[in-house]
Design a protein around this ligand. Structure first.
Ligand SMILES: Cc1cc2nc3c(=O)[nH]c(=O)nc-3n(C[C@H](O)[C@H](O)[C@H](O)COP(=O)(O)OP(=O)(O)OC[C@H]3O[C@@H](n4cnc5c(N)ncnc54)[C@H](O)[C@@H]3O)c2cc1C
Length: 388
């Protein structure tokens, strides 16, 4: 009976991704005793998600990406890990979460729930065969699907789509990429920089279908046939969808936690419900959802002291993101949404430096490619913080 459970001092974290485990590490740096329970519907091992889109070139299969077992994490960090455990509901008034393995009381609860891959509505008899990769189990299925096959079609020419495209061509696959936008990394790169990346990936073997979308996907014997809105068609063995992410909100919404694009939190990462916090891909701080590693590190460093009684406000410095495309290594720090200014793109020996500058010449964002990536540290220092 959940009503009879004693009040708890345990910090309960839902999610074993980078957000959940980084937070645990940060808490343990400050406090070795506070009881910590991590609940996850995954197996609970530790792996680095960004490695999924470079694993072929690095000659690693899914199992080789696991750096620490679940038991290893539990012992190293002195925590209880409830793996393969789904959280169904949260009661913020009694401070109890309902899981597939019973009721768990909490003193403080952290939602590190991550995000889901967006699935665009498609037609045809093979829609269910379109794969997405958002965790290690998805990746194992993807690797099994492409084993012994040659041709992969990718929906989406964003960061994840481009990284997988580069990795797959390095692994010897023929790759076709389809995107509604007229260029790669539409939201992150100015046109000239996008063209440079496209051209290097084309040289590596990637074929592009821009400004169009998939109309139907059908299985015909051994192959998948994709028809595009522009009248073209593609024949492939496997289709991977990488069209974007949406924060996981259902659990929070059902518990009365305020949500917008993500789970809305204040600068101390607390939601509107006392003792419920959030960080990582699912969290929205002052209108920002930043689904990258650096924001998770910043958030975990702020939330750890807050949870053990030293309230600490989150701030975000400028946080450039590496696009892991060996065909043309790229670092981007896009300007804030709505920032006024313009891109100035300069070709330098073996690279491209694109600066987004305000009308008075202040650097507000950049994209660096090839040899220009060496400027990353110095240009980052010039950028304004994302959240001061
Ligand atoms: C292929 C790929 C490459 C990337 N490369 C980069 C990169 O180079 N640089 C970069 O900065 N970022 C990169 N990213 C983004 C980065 O990996 C993510 O921002 C980060 O891993 C998100 O971590 P998270 O813990 O917030 O979410 P997740 O890793 O999604 O973890 C969410 C956790 O919550 C659990 N969960 C959710 N709901 C429930 C429930 N109801 N009950 C129990 N458990 C639940 C899940 O099982 C999971 O353990 C990449 C992402 C992908 C997919």
């Amino acid at each position: 009976m959940t009503e009879n459970l004693p009040p708890s001092s345990t910090i309960v974290i839902i999610g074993s991704g980078l957000a959940g485990y980084t937070l645990v590490r940060e808490i343990r740096k400050l406090n070795k005793e506070v009881p910590l329970t991590l609940i996850t519907r995954e197996p609970g091992y530790f792996y680095s998600k960004p490695m999924l889109s470079t694993a072929l070139a690095n000659k690693k299969d899914a199992a080789q990406l696991i750096t620490t077992s679940t038991e290893g994490m539990a012992t190293q960090l002195a925590i209880a890990v409830m793996s393969e455990t789904e959280v169904h509901a949260i009661d913020g008034s009694t401070q109890i979460v309902q899981t597939s393995k019973g009721a768990i009381p909490y003193g403080k609860l952290v939602l590190a729930l991550g995000s889901d891959q967006i699935r665009i509505p498609l037609e045809g008899n093979a829609v269910h065969e379109v794969l997405t990769v958002n965790d290690l189990e998805d990746y194992a299925k993807f690797r099994a699907a492409i084993a012994g096959k040659k041709r992969v079609a990718i929906l989406g020419a964003g960061l994840i789509g481009c990284e997988f495209a580069n990795d797959l061509v390095l692994g010897g696959y023929e790759v076709e990429v389809i995107d509604l936008a007229p260029q790669v990394l539409g939201r992150l790169l100015p046109e000239a920089a996008a063209l440079a990346l496209q051209s290097k990936l084309s040289e590596a073997g990637v074929r592009w279908h821009f400004s169009t979308t998939v109309q139907t996907i059908n299985r015909n014997g051994d192959v998948l046939e994709i028809s595009l809105a522009n009248g073209d068609s593609i024949t492939c063995d496997v289709t991977l969808s990488a069209v974007g992410l949406k924060p996981r909100l259902d659990l929070a919404k059902a518990a009365g936690v305020r949500t917008g694009i993500g789970i809305q939190v204040n600068r101390e990462l607390e939601t509107n419900i006392k003792n419920i916090y959030s960080l990582g891909d699912c969290a929205e701080v002052e209108g920002l959802v930043l689904p990258y590693v650096m924001p998770i590190m910043q958030a975990a460093r702020a939330l750890a002291p807050t949870l053990i009684g030293q309230p600490t406000a989150l701030s975000y410095p400028a946080m450039p993101v590496m696009v892991k495309t060996p065909a043309l290594p790229t670092v981007v720090s896009p300007p804030a949404k709505g920032a006024e200014g313009q891109w100035k793109t300069t070709a330098i020996d073996g690279g491209i430096e694109a600066r987004f500058e305000s009308t008075n010449g202040k650097l507000l964002g950049f994209a660096l490619m090839g040899s220009a990536t060496a400027q990353r540290a110095s240009l980052t220092k010039e950028l304004p913080p994302i959240l001061p």
